[in-house]
Design a protein around this ligand. Sequence first.
Ligand SMILES: [Zn+2]
Length: 435
Amino acid sequence: MTATPLSATLFAYQVGFGDCFLLRLTYTDGTRRHMLIDFGTTSLPVDAPKDQMVRIARDIETKCTESGGSGLDIVVATHRHADHVSGFATNARGTGTGDIIAGLKPSVVIQPWTEAAEAPVDWEGPGGSAAKPAFRRHARTLKAIEETARNALRFVDNAEKAKAISPSLAAQMRFIGEDNLSNASAVNNLKIMGKRTEYVFHGCKLDLSGELPGVTVDVLGPPTLRQTETIRKQVARNKDEFWQLAARRMGQAADIGSGTALFPGAPAFSGKRMPVEYRWLQHRIDETSAEVALGIVRALDDQMNNTSVILVLRAGTKTLLFPGDAQWENWAYALQSPLAALLDDVDLYKVGHHGSLNATPKSMWNRFKKKGPKSKADRLTSVVSTRKDKHGHEKDNTEVPRRTLMTELKAQSTLHDTEDLGPTGLYEVIEIPLV
Ligand SMILES: [Zn+2]
């Protein structure tokens, strides 16, 4: 029997701005199981090898199939942003990084329930028929996000040509815009590569005992529409939750109200303000400042981050937390649920959203009992995959990774940062003994 995992090893790959983590479990009889959590980048390190993503895919292939490996058992795509899924893209010749991963024939692909919009056309989503209209709205929001991203990129091109936008603002918009493009081939590949696909949501039953014997997996997010509804009134912009003092969001400046989107408390466009058509930007290109346009794109970007799967894995004596890029609106539901108790014992924390200011809510962080100074026994380990200077600005305290958060992570946990790998490093190894 392979039922008792002896140790876990986390390979944190150098993807620049993005996430790619391979979790290996080694069992008492020497067999190994593998779970890939995200594989994407929007921005490799400047001096990284051109074929870095292929090198990573090949390395994952080797690791999953070498001694004791049973192939790739599980793929988790936390949400469909390019920096989490671009590595799953295929090409016509069948030589894409996504072809390599699909060739490993994963048994299970785990995605947020919001991706099921792409699956059965009339699926009602968790929550039954009451959620149906809202689910459809969400499917439309998803399309609107992609459409808006495309429009934003055109807007930037035009604005740049007309010298109507600063280079730094243009770079910011382009970066977020590209992250939100549809990633169609990756999304399709994820839909079909698994022997089965699990569309998960807060509290759903997820039985992975066949793939990861001896491991308990709980899903903390994303909430379903019905679950979100219950916290609608509670969601407040509590500045103490965030890692900055003066959080003046571009979104707020753009007069973003709550509306029909998936997370009602989150910044979103509603009704007539929904910027779905190219026409909309065309008509307003003269009257809309580039900063407002950036606000639009940012708000939609946040919506997508909030569809992130949040997983808690318990194996042996250890608890591992993988929250994708979940931001406050996703966390808000998990934190008031009984499952929040799982956070108390977290041993390994994959830092949310590359270290951004609002993806590590303080009410979550404060639950971690194992955080503390270097001298602390069984100290918390944290791992962040990030690249500086791609997201946010220092001048308004929105830079990613957020300086104050990184300082806290360094002081209170053993921090692994993919930036320390340098541009040519392939991965960092984090050993997690489970007994
Ligand atoms: Zn991300």
